[in-house]
Design a protein around this ligand. Structure first.
Ligand SMILES: Cc1cc2nc3c(=O)[nH]c(=O)nc-3n(C[C@H](O)[C@H](O)[C@H](O)COP(=O)(O)OP(=O)(O)OC[C@H]3O[C@@H](n4cnc5c(N)ncnc54)[C@H](O)[C@@H]3O)c2cc1C
Length: 384
């Protein structure tokens, strides 16, 4: 269907990625949920096809494609497996942070491996005492000559045990320095002093989450991202991008579920009619389909605004609270339309578990709504 944000090139890209994802990623969707590991062969195939962070500048190893192209890729990979599309998400988010704020001689070799699908880079912000009030984080970063020394713990980090490196946020300012005392550094995760574990997650099990423990971990000062004490202010701006991408990921899952459910209710009979003949079946699906279409346009609009250099923080926060909640409601309804079969271990229940994580990860709905309110009413009126 024609779409104002998707030109012929982007439409062709979407078709191409959908064919690849159907042939190569969809078949292992449930198996990866059981084994809880991403497939490195598939990651390299995605890299070889240019599907990982294509929006990065060509001089840093990317393809100078619009952010909308990254969005189209995210949604097509997520249709096949939300966990595999995490490879794209972490690469786009961290690729932007590293390329904009890192020293080229330090980060470019890592960017090359990231874009090739050789490695995953994690983002480590959340700590055990709380994630929403991230400006209060405690992981200590101390300067010692030409090194930074890290001590503390990060928790709930996606791909913690599979990642080769991490963007780590820590405190360089004194007590009470809040958002103005945070610095971001790039840390190779084989650095001495790092231990990690893995949680038993409800969904997104192939990517997984875990904790990272830092005990006197040394990284050169050259690994700093952005200016000292500016990690929160400068580096976290990248999250607007990931919020719109997450919206497209979960809506990709919702859209494929709706397509399968429409086909199912058109074919399965009850009371001598297809299920779709009953408005109790068709109207909830029609309502959700309407909202999914609208939410998708919002996400595409946020990426279009980014591509054209316009502010889009409020739109990105709208994508991030609405799309995951809507995708979850859609998956719930779709599952019910399959009756007892939907409740068995299978694609619908896995998708339901998978999309739920994004109602928390990358910031909860309450925090997103506060961001929107702050943009509308001002920081004085909405202090958090
Ligand atoms: C699937 C998944 C992936 C994740 N991946 C990563 C990752 O890669 N890297 C990373 O750093 N973190 C990651 N996280 C952690 C995530 O960012 C945090 O869980 C999130 O920011 C919330 O922090 P918290 O869990 O500590 O909850 P808390 O901050 O303790 O909040 C608990 C509840 O209180 C509500 N609340 C808090 N403050 C307010 C307020 N002012 N007004 C209204 N309600 C409020 C919250 O919305 C939430 O419902 C991930 C989490 C999940 C579930």
């Amino acid at each position: 269907m024609p779409n104002p944000y998707i030109d012929d090139d982007l439409a062709a890209l979407g078709e191409h990625v959908r064919r690849f994802a159907l042939a190569r990623i969809a078949p292992g969707f449930q198996e990866r949920d059981r084994t809880r590991v991403l497939d490195p062969v598939l990651m390299r195939e995605m890299g070889a096809l240019g599907l990982i962070a294509p929006e990065l500048p060509a001089e840093r190893g990317g393809q100078d494609m619009p952010c909308l192209a990254a969005g189209i890729i995210h949604e097509e990979i997520a249709r096949a497996d939300l966990s595999m599309s995490y490879v794209n998400l972490l690469a786009s988010l961290n690729g932007q942070i590293l390329s904009q704020h890192g020293r080229p001689d330090v980060v470019d070799p890592w960017l090359a491996r990231l874009i090739a699908g050789d490695i995953i880079i994690a983002i480590a912000l959340t700590e055990p005492q709380g994630g929403s009030d991230a400006a209060q984080l405690r992981l200590k970063i101390t300067r010692d000559g030409d090194d930074y020394v890290l001590n503390g713990e990060k928790t709930s980090i996606s791909a913690a045990d599979q990642a080769a490196g991490a963007v780590v946020f820590g405190r360089t300012g004194g007590a009470g320095s809040g958002a103005r005392g945070i610095t971001a550094v790039f840390v190779p995760l084989d650095t001495p002093g790092i231990t990690r574990n893995r949680f038993d997650c409800h969904g997104q099990r192939a990517i997984g989450r875990g904790a990272l423990f830092f005990e006197n971990v040394r990284v050169p000062v050259s690994h700093r991202l952005g200016a000292e004490n500016q990690g929160f202010v400068q580096v976290m701006q990248g999250f607007d991008f990931s919020r719109a991408l997450i919206g497209l990921q979960v809506l990709g899952v919702a859209r494929v579920a709706l397509e399968e459910t429409w086909a199912h209710v058109s074919q399965r009979q009850a009371f001598a009619r297809p299920l779709s003949a009953f408005q109790g079946v068709s109207h909830p699906l029609a309502e959700l389909d309407t909202q999914v279409e609208a939410a998708r346009l919002l996400c595409l609009q946020a990426l279009w605004l980014k591509d054209h250099g316009h502010p889009h923080s409020a739109q990105a926060a709208m994508c991030k609270w609405w799309a995951p909640a809507l995708a979850y409601d859609t998956l719930h309804q779709c599952l019910l339309m399959f009756g007892h079969g939907g409740y068995d271990r299978g694609p619908m229940e896995q998708r339901l578990r998978d999309v739920l994580g994004f109602q928390i990860g990358d910031g909860t709905a309450q925090i997103m709504k506060s961001i929107i309110a702050r943009h509308r009413a001002g920081r004085e009126a909405v202090p958090i």
